[in-house]
Design a protein around this ligand. Structure first.
Ligand code: SF4
Ligand code: SF4
Length: 72
């Protein structure tokens, strides 16, 4: 059986307005700015699975648009 590891953080790129408040708040530098743009024409935040995310939820708490979900 193949086990797929679920990402701890999901960022909805279409909800994201590109304020990037979530980037500096992450103590593990797991969130970066994408090179792409969403349908609203905004650059958006992306979760980088660097193995360091602690599911602390700081990014979720910071996001004004509730675009981030955090899983344990
Ligand atoms: S805080 Fe929310 S809206 Fe702002 S860049 Fe991060 S995910 Fe996007
Ligand atoms: S849950 Fe914490 S460690 Fe994980 S991406 Fe968000 S701020 Fe960073």
């Amino acid at each position: 059986m193949i086990k797929t590891k679920m990402e701890k953080v999901k960022i909805n790129s279409e909800k994201c307005k590109g304020c990037f408040l979530c980037v500096p708040v992450c103590p593990e530098k797991c969130i970066k700015v994408s090179d792409k743009i969403n349908k609203s024409g905004n650059k958006f935040a992306v979760f980088t699975e660097n193995g360091k995310c602690k599911s602390c939820g700081f990014c979720f708490l910071m996001c004004p648009d509730v675009a981030i979900e955090v899983y344990k």
